[in-house]
Design a protein around this ligand. Structure first.
Ligand code: ADP
Ligand code: MG
Length: 227
């Protein structure tokens, strides 16, 4: 039983800035990992490197044991669409499309016909507390509702890994708790692994493990027992 996703010896430099100075990290099925650390410590660079968005200068990224950091750009972007889901801080839904079509979009990009994609995407609306909001456009949703739609969209392709960069960064505390509970619960339901960047310790505490990053290196590590 290997890791779903692993990074080994990840190094990324921007000029004289070492954004990642040799990071090792692994996540398994139904595992959830929070990445915490001060601003500029390399959290987003780590998440984007694991997600195949940034190529490391050194080290490897393995998805179920297969290297992805050396894939060509076309294969890598196809892999990201099929096997990864993404939730960002905000503003990543298409404003002109109703919620259910935003959720269906990753499936349509994979060639699933529109009606089937919408039907498959709809299964997430009830578990995420979004029933009745299928036809709303993002401008007609609250911040928490919009993030729940983004979670549904990330899960639509049944990804191996869900990546979330500050998914509650624009939400108040109560809504943050709701959203992170649904994110961790729904991701675990699908069997996917979750990698989440957050600066909020209460949000991180919903993950099974917390990685502390400082100056591009792991500075601490803790493990929680999920109730
Ligand atoms: N595209 C880039 N070009 C130059 N420097 C960058 C770039 N992306 C990140 N950095 C630098 O790398 C370091 C880590 O950045 P980042 O991973 O975004 O930190 P965090 O997400 O923890 O705030 C910072 O010093 C940042 O300025
Ligand atoms: Mg960041």
């Amino acid at each position: 039983m290997g890791a779903v996703l692993a990074g080994h010896g990840l190094v990324k430099k921007y000029g004289s800035t070492t954004a990642l100075g040799g990071v090792d990290v692994e996540v398994g099925e139904r595992d959830s990992l929070a990445i915490m650390g001060p601003s500029g410590s390399g959290k987003s660079t780590l998440l984007h490197t694991l997600a195949g968005i940034i190529r490391p200068d050194d080290g490897q990224v393995l998805l179920r044991g297969e290297r992805i950091d050396s894939l060509g750009e076309n294969r890598l972007s196809a892999l990201r669409r099929k096997r990864f889901g993404f939730v960002f801080q905000c503003g990543q839904l298409l404003p002109e499309l109703p919620a259910e079509e935003n959720v269906a979009l990753p499936l349509m990009l994979e060639g699933v016909p529109r009606a089937e994609a919408v039907a498959r995407g709809r299964r997430w609306f009830a578990p995420l507390g979004l029933e009745g909001l299928e036809r709303r456009r993002p401008g007609q949703l609250s911040g928490g509702q919009a993030q729940r739609v983004a979670i549904a969209r990330a899960l639509a392709v049944e990804p191996d890994v869900v990546f979330a960069d500050e998914p509650t960064g624009a939400l108040d505390q109560r809504t943050s708790t709701e959203v992170v509970q649904l994110l961790t619960f729904a991701t675990r339901e699908t069997g996917a692994a979750l990698v989440m960047v957050t600066h909020d310790a209460d949000v991180a505490a919903h993950c099974g493990r917390v990685l502390q990053v400082r100056d591009g290196r792991i500075s601490g590590y803790s493990q929680f027992t999920i109730a």
